[in-house]
Design a protein around this ligand. Structure first.
Ligand SMILES: Nc1nc2c(c(=O)[nH]1)N[C@H]1C(S)=C(S)[C@@H](COP(=O)(O)OP(=O)(O)OC[C@H]3O[C@@H](n4cnc5c(=O)[nH]c(N)nc54)[C@H](O)[C@@H]3O)O[C@H]1N2
Ligand SMILES: Nc1nc2c(c(=O)[nH]1)N[C@H]1C(S)=C(S)[C@@H](COP(=O)(O)OP(=O)(O)OC[C@H]3O[C@@H](n4cnc5c(=O)[nH]c(N)nc54)[C@H](O)[C@@H]3O)O[C@H]1N2
Ligand SMILES: [Mo]
Length: 830
């Protein structure tokens, strides 16, 4: 995921954001000598890039992945099994498949090039991408092809014609961070057209700075222990923490977050879950008589919130004093809510008609939330939607009416479901990381991340974006490492058409991902288990420094991203700048020493690097008592003048003059209800069911789909689609059937899972199943983004709208082909 968000707490990422820290460059005499030594070894680069680690032939090694700190069992130089390094109360299946990942049949073994590209890079038949023959080439030849494509693009079209994504989830590790390395190389060699914003929180991260002065989604939340002690009611609104807490941006810190949710159950807290899907989290609370599941019509939460707030208003159960003291613009919003500005009263009846939640429940929610200490924990699925800016803005307004923001256990939290946002921060020394070389970036183009297909199809156009403009350059070369856009991008069929407009596509990946399959030149990358690295666990807590020792030798001809970019840097004449003369092991030691220096000055106990590396044990930091009592916004509450928010008024902006001035018709000055482009309540529905594509329980997006976990949860050998039992009955669909899911954008086959645990009229197909089209484009494996809608959330954020979409579902009558995407492409000359 992009560095910009999470990293705020992390020195490593601070380094990534600011221009080269002088400290890193002005090397001491000693490290200068080491640099020189390394440079002189360049002739023997193979030796220079080699591991410091001697591989363990038989025994146990500690390493880390997004899904936890792992203890890996190795026998005769092969990985046998893996499990969590520390005892965990809650099972995380993602931790068990390390060997599947290393020895996957879908590994890219050699550098490969598409036949037509090899024959003539200038006339390379881009329409054959994904269908052409693959040809194995020597690594050197691949470098030459890449290097000359880069050079030619820069010379003929300018650096802005190079596009580098930057949203990808790559692997853990501060050294071999594919996203950082790619951008560092591209920055230092002349710049590139950037993306702006993320898929994760694209809409909230743009709207909330206007409302709260902070994006909120990457902030430490009121600590879990405070919630356990003080909150009476916990509203889990459109979040599925029992699944999404299985992973973290760095390495998830144990299962404290998951344990927290068990603790809510044990302490008999009143838990209210609002989600059209009876998710794994709803399932987790099923046996809890104090828990309630409310399933609104998808994308109607804003209307539901308005109904709750209107009820609070007319029953006089809201906090006027809080609104007066800490917010601005409530009266204007009130006019809207009462229908004074548009003639529509947004009362419980109105809200019930839109959201499908009955009036009694709306009244119950208003009363419960106002009368009890209530923490509203919202996920991000509902902001990945048309007008996705509105739900979280409306939630902040609702929490303001309740008036508990800044009190222990009250208010809202938008990252409890992500990376253990409620874990208290440890008193830690923080390792550093590689910087982006951004001081050399000359290109000033920013393309909203979800708009890339639009940009490719509309070269030269300019669009509105958060009060400014974004213009689409002519893109001629795309370079992807550490992400899988032909899986994560909405409306894949449209994207693939746009993809053809580009002359060269280069991809680094360990596996034959959909993106690798649609490239021109492919570099096989090592997995994180074939190289040394270092990371911290806990994106917010900084709980451990984790050694990530290589487990096995490199498979086939795979290379580290660092090595490939170092070679390309050599060819571009920027080797010294790119590598600073350091091997991976030297960088790792430097990142560690950054923490060691801090530790010394703050009297935190830490061994020197040698010992740390040799011992192969995580360093766990202590969590101080005051972190456990952290209450978000308590300072603002105690003195809103001294601790004003970073908004123009210093207060919570229920009405924003800044946004009013933008004059957008799809995002008003105050939060409001807009009908989405496709939803169940619309006239002349283009299709029957609302499809949600949340994050998968047994994967990290597309990652891990090529492991044995897939067969454990697949239905009819493909991605499961959840459908309500009444809908299924009407369609003659049973669990285990192959169904065709389709709309005007595309079609996929999926395995039916018939259940009570989803609202009628709604289906769920998790994102990230590997795209496996047949010759007509019918995806055999249920890749959700074949069906999703490619429209921006609004002119404000231009975020993705993947959860706004209708589909049809029918029992598949044709002969369903076997899914055959977890292996090498068939048409290959090696
Ligand atoms: N329909 C729908 N679509 C969505 C979403 C949704 O909710 N619904 N969610 C969106 C969100 S929030 C996100 S963050 C995106 C995620 O989208 P991505 O981050 O693109 O998804 P991943 O599948 O994690 O892709 C990472 C790729 O990097 C490769 N990789 C792993 N390690 C390395 C390495 O060391 N080097 C190199 N070169 N490659 C490596 C993996 O094999 C994989 O192909 O998806 C978005 N798409
Ligand atoms: N296991 C696992 N964990 C992950 C990831 C993963 O791929 N796998 N990805 C990570 C990443 S990159 C991110 S950004 C986060 C994503 O975290 P989130 O965005 O919060 O996760 P989602 O699963 O997309 O959505 C959460 C819930 O919102 C619900 N929802 C969708 N639309 C609506 C709606 O209109 N109204 C309401 N009330 N609910 C709705 C979905 O049904 C789902 O249960 O998760 C992270 N954690
Ligand atoms: Mo994400």
């Amino acid at each position: 995921m992009s560095i910009s968000r999470r990293s705020i707490l992390k020195a490593s990422a601070l380094f990534a954001l600011v221009p080269l820290a002088p400290k890193l460059l002005s090397a001491s005499e000693e490290s200068k000598a080491r640099q020189l030594e390394a440079m002189s070894q360049y002739m023997d680069k193979a030796a220079m890039m080699k591991y410091v680690t001697k591989l363990v032939e038989n025994g146990e090694v500690i390493t880390g992945a997004h899904w936890g700190i792992l203890k890996v069992h190795i026998r005769h130089g092969k990985v046998l099994s893996s499990k969590p390094a520390f005892k965990q109360a809650i099972y995380n299946p993602l931790q068990t498949v390390t060997s599947d990942l290393i020895y996957a049949k879908s590994r890219i073994k050699y550098p490969m090039v598409r036949k037509s590209y090899l024959e003539d890079p200038h006339n390379n038949k881009p329409e054959l991408r994904g269908k052409d023959t693959w040809i194995r080439i020597p690594y050197k030849k691949a470098l030459e092809l890449i290097s000359s494509a880069l050079k030619e693009t820069r010379e003929t079209k300018g650096s802005e014609a190079i596009y580098v994504g930057g949203n990808g989830w790559k692997s853990s590790g501060n050294m071999h961070n594919a996203i950082v390395l790619l951008q560092r190389f591209m920055n230092l060699s002349g710049g590139f057209s950037h993306k702006i914003g993320t898929f994760s929180t694209g809409a909230v991260e743009v709207i909330l700075p206007h409302v709260l002065g902070s994006a909120e989604v990457s902030s430490q939340q009121t600590a879990y222990p405070v919630v356990l002690e003080h909150s009476k009611v916990i509203v889990i609104w459109g979040a599925n923490p029992m699944v999404t807490l299985r992973i973290g941006d760095t390495i998830i810190d144990g299962d404290y977050g998951l344990e927290f949710f068990s603790e809510l159950k044990k302490r008999r807290k009143k838990v209210i879950l609002i989600d059209p899907v009876g998710s794994e989290t709803v399932e987790f609370f099923k046996d809890d008589t104090n828990a309630t599941w409310i399933a609104p019509v998808p994308n109607t939460d804003v209307a539901l919130m308005l109904g709750i707030m209107h009820t609070m208003y007319i029953t006089n159960k809201y906090d006027k004093k809080f609104l007066d003291t800490y917010t601005t613009g409530f009266p204007k919003f009130l006019d809207y809510m009462l229908g004074k500005s548009d003639g529509v009263v947004k009362d419980a009846t109105w809200a019930s008609n839109i959201s499908g939640v009955d009036i009694k429940t709306i009244e119950y929610l208003a009363k419960e939330m106002f009368e009890n200490r209530t923490m509203i924990m919202a996920g991000w699925g509902m902001q990945r939607a048309h007008h996705g800016e509105q739900p979280h803005w409306m939630l902040v307004t609702l929490a303001s009416m309740i008036g508990q923001i800044g009190l222990p256990g009250g208010g809202f939290g938008f990252s409890y479901h992500y990376a253990n946002g409620g874990n208290p921060t440890a008193r830690a020394a923080v390792i550093s990381g590689m910087n982006l070389g951004a001081q050399k970036q000359k290109v000033t183009n920013f393309i909203p991340t979800a708009r890339i297909a639009d940009a490719l199809l509309n070269t030269g156009a300019s669009i509105e974006s958060n009060g400014g403009k974004a213009s689409y350059p002519e893109i001629d070369l795309m370079y992807w490492a550490g992400e899988n856009p032909i899986s994560h991008q909405q409306d894949i069929n449209k994207f693939l058409k746009a993809w053809q407009k580009v002359k060269t596509v280069i991809v680094h990946d360990p596996y034959w991902s959909a993106t690798a399959r649609h490239a021109d030149i492919v570099i096989p990358t090592t997995t994180e288990y074939e190289r040394d690295d270092i990371s911290m666990s806990g994106d917010y807590s900084n709980l451990n420094i984790v050694p990530m020792k290589a487990l096995v030798k490199r498979q086939y001809e795979s290379m580290d991203d660092y090595e490939v970019f170092s070679d390309l840097a050599m060819m571009a004449g920027i080797y010294d700048e790119f590598t600073e003369g350091k091997t991976p092991s030297m960088w790792i030691e430097e990142f560690y020493n950054h923490a060691l220096k801090q530790a010394k000055s703050e009297h935190i106990n830490m061994p020197d690097f040698k010992r740390f590396w040799h011992e192969n044990k995580p360093i766990t930091f202590k969590v101080p008592e005051d972190s456990k009592h952290f209450v978000r916004y308590s300072e603002f509450r105690s003195d809103p003048i001294l601790n004003a928010l970073g908004t123009p008024s210093g207060k919570i902006e229920i009405t924003s003059e800044t946004i009013a001035k933008m004059g957008y018709d799809d995002c008003r000055a105050y939060p409001s209800w807009f009908e989405p482009a496709e939803w169940l309540g619309m006239k002349d529905k283009p299709a029957e069911f609302h499809m949600l594509s949340p994050h998968p329980a047994f994967r990290l997006h597309s990652q891990l789909d090529n492991t044995s976990l897939k067969q454990k949860h697949a239905i009819a050998g493909r991605e499961p689609i959840w459908i309500n039992e009444l809908d299924a009955k009407a369609k003659g669909i049973k669990t285990g059937d192959v169904v065709r899911v389709f709309n005007k954008r595309g079609e996929v086959l999926a395995g039916a899972y018939v259940t009570k645990d989803i609202r009628q009229g709604v289906v769920k197909l998790s994102e990230g199943a590997w795209y496996n089209p047949d010759s007509k484009g019918l995806c055999q494996n249920g890749c959700a983004n074949v069906l999703t809608l490619d429209i921006p959330s609004s002119k404000l954020a231009n975020a993705t709208s993947v959860n706004t979409m209708l589909v049809n579902v029918e029992r598949y009558k044709g002969e369903a082909k076997k899914v055959d995407i977890y292996e090498e492409p068939k048409d290959m000359e090696v």
